[in-house]
Design a protein around this ligand. Structure first.
Ligand code: TYM
Length: 330
């Protein structure tokens, strides 16, 4: 069976609808056909200073949200990055294969710095640790949103570079980025992506938001001055964003939605999108309430999954160590 690796940062108490539609929905649907590893990348979250108790809680909550969305720990391996030390070990070696200019071209880093985030060296080398996350599992496929495309390109470049010197060391991973849902836009500024670090409260739907707030946020979404409900991200980003949300959750194609909403108004579209989103989120939230009632069980699942992940990661790292000329461990 082919492998999947993907992960999210535990940088907030709740994932948002972009994380859910752009990534998590696909994690769930891919776990049957693939041998899947899903991580909470707590070391990546250290690039932003966070209160220790808050970080620990967010790591648990992030894992719980994977489970609440339908990731099944019997079928998929749930892991925490810091519990598998091979991630940081491989990141060092990959850093020695990354050009300084190449790392400097990462747009997410440049954007964060431009928006005033103080840049530590960890934020700069972040994509290299991400490459290590993926390459350690011989992952064939990486389901992520559009904003991770450049990081995936770097991962592929690093794998190919290493393979050119030491043939067949790494599997070169393919991105799995679904057109449309891979870039859920901010409700208040539909020309920008929904983002936990940038979006204003009204622009972003948290999966843990009160359903009443969710309805309110969708009803106040920015659209345009026309009336026609048509998928046209260029000229009608707000309406197109709502159509994508509906389509991804309801399974109705955008073309069918356009037909169904012919002659209807934006108010009708918003009301129906709100219904569809709330219908998905309500069972998610009740599952979260059950999971959070037993945090020790989440810790147990993470520890168990991480031990399993480590068996794979240690083999892949050992293979690379051997080719590089480092001494054998065992
Ligand atoms: P993170 O934690 O910022 O986001 C988690 C996932 O959500 C996707 N995403 C979106 N998708 C659609 N629309 C949006 N508005 C939107 N916002 C976020 C992201 O693309 C991502 O798939 N660097 C990664 C975490 C990471 C990782 C990895 C991912 C670390 N190691 C290895 C895959 C494989 C990140 O910061 O994602």
């Amino acid at each position: 069976r082919q492998r999947i690796f993907s992960a999210m940062q535990p940088t907030s108490d709740s994932l948002h609808l972009g994380n859910y539609l752009g990534a998590l929905v696909n994690w769930v649907s891919l776990q049957d056909a693939y041998d899947a590893f899903y991580g909470v990348v707590d070391l990546h979250a250290l690039t932003v200073p966070t209160d220790p108790a808050v970080l620990r809680e967010r790591t648990r909550r992030t894992a719980a949200q994977y489970l609440a969305a339908g990731v099944d720990p019997q079928r998929s391996t749930l892991m925490a990055q810091s519990l598998v030390p091979e991630h940081t070990e491989l990141a060092w070696i990959l850093a020695c294969h990354t050009g300084f200019g190449e790392a400097s071209r990462m747009t997410q880093f440049k954007d964060k710095v431009a928006k005033g985030q103080t840049a530590n060296v960890g934020l700069f080398t972040y994509p290299i640790l991400m490459a290590a996350d993926i390459l350690l599992y011989d992952a064939n496929l990486v389901p992520v949103g559009e904003d991770q495309r450049q990081h995936l390109e770097l991962t592929r470049d690093l794998a190919e570079r290493v393979n050119a010197r030491f043939p067949e060391t790494f599997v070169v991973p393919e991105p799995y980025i679904v057109k449309g849902s891979a870039k859920i836009q901010d409700l208040q500024d539909p020309t920008a992506k929904m983002s936990k670090s940038i979006s204003a409260d009204l622009g972003l739907i948290d999966l843990m938001d009160d359903p009443k707030r969710i309805v309110k946020k969708i009803k106040s979404a920015v659209t345009d001055t026309e009336r026609e409900i048509r998928f046209d991200p260029e000229n009608k980003p707000g309406v197109s964003n709502l159509l994508v949300m509906h389509s991804t959750l309801s399974g109705t194609t955008v073309a069918d939605l356009e037909r169904a909403f012919e002659g209807k108004g934006y108010g009708d579209l918003k009301a129906e999108v709100a219904d569809v989103v709330v219908a998905a989120i309500e069972p998610f939230q009740s599952r979260m309430a059950e999971l959070l009632a037993d945090p020790a069980e989440i810790d147990r699942l993470l520890a168990e999954g991480s031990a399993k992940a480590r068996l794979v990661a240690a083999d892949v790292l050992e293979r690379f160590h051997d080719r590089l000329g480092l001494l054998p461990r065992r």
